[in-house]
Design a protein around this ligand. Structure first.
Ligand SMILES: Nc1ncnc2c1ncn2[C@@H]1O[C@H](COP(=O)(O)OP(=O)(O)OP(=O)(O)O)[C@@H](O)[C@H]1O
Ligand SMILES: [Mg+2]
Length: 517
């Protein structure tokens, strides 16, 4: 069959039945100093198949799919693409061969335009010059085709993280790939965007495209995948047809045992810790556009308050503004423990006993520093005695959380930049669990964190809550909020559309309130 002809679905069924694979990897092994990231792994993927690749943080998922996508060269084993030997020397070579990757952390050039970011390294040229009109037109077509209302001439840095991710996904989906690889594509997306992505994925598989996607969100695994493959310690420890396996089995395979969900104890919230009145947050690029419009809210001591909304609804903007971390204009009043305060920047927020965990971990983590340094960054005061740092106490705290959250790292002296995405996130979580902040503002705190560690993190939040801290969680993950919140404020188009108490919380109600229907 000529490569340019898309097979119809009957063809796909036939190829699937015949067992021909789009990609077939045999005996893949990849080592990093001190770790075997992928250990003698073999896997084949059929045309039209959506394969969900699961496993705990550090299991080797990203490393394996990066090998398929030409990111790593130094590995052992063989790969065949459409039956022919395949050994890409670079990402560009893999793309040319029909393998497209959306990486776990999308790296963008914030000062370049959206269109330039979409076609970096592959800009259309005319007589050797960059053909700008063509570039913009092409980008516009792809964005519109994906239903994204983004101006291709806007600076990439002016978009929020989720929109940036959608742009990169739209680009990858627009390529005529045979194998599409998505590494946690929905981590920063809300359910509505994720659903739209899944519809797109289905359309592609009907043309015979094979898709591998990595995620830690189990509901979507069952909603969209055909096959589930679970990795542990660089190896495959389970492979199932999605319709033939239960969620419990998958979780047990991943964590090697079953864990009980946490139950928040009965507790009356205390006095108001944080109050915002008429909080108004303007778009950084266009101050006349209000991202949050006169929102008032309160969070009490001993309360976990959730802020939920679809992309651009204002909940993340509000969370950043409360902490003085929003890049645009902010107005309104903020009071802590009943006293009006000015929080113009994060340093002032910290001085007032607030802690913030931002959405993009690269903003917060010092990747060139050790796990120990990063974990203790927010609590240096607490481990300092008479002006001296208690090094031993700091190390013990860090070790304790490495164990508790099961952070996969050779030691606490390892550089954070060499950890897997989810383990980096765990280090950030550990920092705010160790910190003595009275008010915690967390944005998508368990993004990319595996199921086992999520349970531990929730347990610690529950302790902090019992200790009278106020915790505000702005999240795109409805399931996470339903699990831990005493109360959730649902944002819609920059205003609060409703409030749900713990007893009335469900993912469905949250989503219904967040959308207009
Ligand atoms: N560049 C690197 N240098 C050193 N070690 C690395 C590097 N990249 C990955 N590792 C290590 O390889 C192992 C597997 O990491 P990988 O990123 O593949 O995990 P993952 O399954 O994708 O996890 P996550 O769910 O957290 O993204 C981890 O122990 C990680 O620390
Ligand atoms: Mg990964």
């Amino acid at each position: 069959m000529p490569a340019s002809v898309a097979p119809d679905s009957q063809d796909v069924a036939r190829v699937l039945a015949s067992g021909a694979a789009v990609v077939s990897a045999r005996g893949i092994t990849k080592e990093f100093p001190g770790v075997v990231a992928v250990d003698n792994l073999s896997l084949s993927i059929a045309p039209g198949e959506i394969l969900a690749l699961l496993g705990q943080n550090g299991a080797g998922k990203s490393t394996f799919i990066q090998i398929l996508a030409g990111v790593h060269r130094g590995y052992r084993g063989e790969i065949a693409l459409d039956g022919k030997p395949y050994q890409p020397a670079s990402v560009a070579e893999a793309e040319a061969a029909g393998v497209a990757l959306v990486p776990q952390e999308v790296n963008v050039a914030p000062d370049l335009t959206v269109a330039e970011n979409m076609y970096l390294n592959a800009e259309p040229t005319r007589f050797g010059f960059l053909d700008r009109p063509l570039l913009l037109a092409r980008a516009r077509r792809v964005l519109e085709g994906f239903g994204l209302a983004v101006d291709p001439a806007a600076a990439m840095g002016s978009l929020d993280l989720s929109t940036q991710q959608l742009v990169i996904i739209a680009r990858a989906l627009s390529k005529n790939a045979r194998l599409l690889i998505l590494d946690e594509p929905t981590a920063a997306l809300t359910e509505a965007e994720a659903r739209r992505l899944f519809e797109r994925m289905r359309t592609l598989t009907r043309r015979g495209v094979a898709i591998v996607f990595v995620t830690h969100r189990l509901p979507e695994v069952f909603a969209v995948s055909d096959r589930i493959v679970i990795m542990r310690d660089g190896r495959i420890c389970g492979s199932y047809a999605t319709t033939e396996v239960s969620r419990d089995t998958v979780v047990a395979q991943m964590v090697g045992g079953v864990r009980t969900p946490i139950a928040l104890g009965e507790q009356k919230p205390g006095a108001v810790a944080l109050e915002a009145k008429d909080l108004t947050v303007a778009d950084p690029a266009d101050p006349t556009r209000l991202r949050v419009d006169r929102v008032s809210l309160q969070a009490a001591h001993g309360e976990i308050l959730g802020l939920f909304g679809l992309l651009g609804a204002g909940c993340i903007e509000a969370a950043l503004a409360l902490y003085g971390a929003w890049p645009g204009k902010v107005s309104g009043r903020i009071a802590l423990d009943g006293r009006d305060v000015t929080i113009a920047n994060p340093t002032m927020a910290v001085a007032h006993g607030m802690g913030l965990m931002a959405q993009d971990r690269r903003d917060c983590l010092l990747l060139e520093h050790t796990v120990l340094d990063n974990a203790l960054l927010a609590s240096l005061g607490a481990i300092t005695h008479r002006g001296f740092l208690d090094v031993g106490a700091g190390q013990r705290r860090a070790q304790e959380f490495v164990r508790l959250l099961d952070i996969k790292t050779p030691s606490i002296e390892t550089l954070v930049g060499t950890l897997s995405g989810g383990n980096q996130q765990k280090v950030q979580v550990a920092r705010w669990l160790i910190a003595d902040a009275r008010i915690l503002i967390l944005i998508d705190p368990t993004r990319g964190v595996d199921v086992g560690a999520r349970a531990e993190i929730k347990r610690v939040w529950s302790d902090l809550r019992a200790d009278g801290r106020a915790i505000v969680i702005a999240s795109t993950d409805a399931e996470e909020l339903v699990d831990v919140c005493d109360r959730v404020l649902v944002f819609r188009r920059g205003a609060i559309a409703g409030e749900l108490l713990r007893a009335d919380l469900s993912e469905e109600t949250l989503l219904r309130m967040a959308t207009d229907v």
